[in-house]
Design a protein around this ligand. Sequence first.
Ligand code: ZN
Length: 294
Amino acid sequence: MRKGRKVTRYIAAYDTERVSAPSCAEACEAIIAAHKRYDMPATFFIVGRALEATPDLYRRLLDDPLFEIASHTYSHRMVRDHPFCGPAASVDTIREQILRGKEVVDRVFPDRRCIGLRPGCSFVDGLKGAAGVLKQVAEAGYEYVSSMAWGPDYTLPAPLNQSFSYADEGFAQIVEYPCHGWHDNVLKSMSKPGFWAEPRRLLAFPPLFPEAIPTGPITTAEDEFRYNSKVFIDRANQSGLDYVSLIWHPWSLALFDPKMRMLDLTFQYVREQGLEPTTYARMHHESVRNTDAN
Ligand SMILES: [Zn+2]
């Protein structure tokens, strides 16, 4: 660890969403094992319906102080228009996505409190300009959203945007924590028909992260580490950013790399480089405490 500069946090996070095989719950077995090997915290954003399908399994896997359980909406419907994932759902459906998603997490994990929401697919501007959605988020009792996961014009990889509040929309108490890098399923061309369209026009020109652009879909865990984890961890760490957090999906990680070798490579690297592993909730609580103290 270098002296005289703050340590960049590292947050492992998973969009945990798929019920049918390969289910995210099954994939979590190997993921959790990797986390335990490295004593590595994580945030799991879980779709309410997926959690309802196998609550006991998720409880057995995730009821551990290492892990934060947050919401990935109730059933992955869009809370605003998205060019690849489809138009926004009706106002009532959006409300259900936000409210019921949190209710399910709170019911399955009664000793925790779900404070974070990551909407399905996320957006280039997060929830900027979406005061109606933020009102539902605030009323449901969330404290943060992680809804910004794309580069300019919905390109990938997503840049290393850092946190901000939605004060301009009238919700200064809601904090945005953007996420970074490739959506791992896209980097592997792993999207499945009916689950996610396969967008092909995805790269910004000129690229913001040339070292993160392979010549085609990657084929090995080492490539995933090299083109995604390492690039963004290095850039965040060298720039002294508050945090870096990649966009991972358990089902896609399991299809590509069932032994979770990429996680081993990434977690080992995080430890070697001296980043501080944490969760979104823990980072949020630290930041709120610091703000209150000022
Ligand atoms: Zn998702």
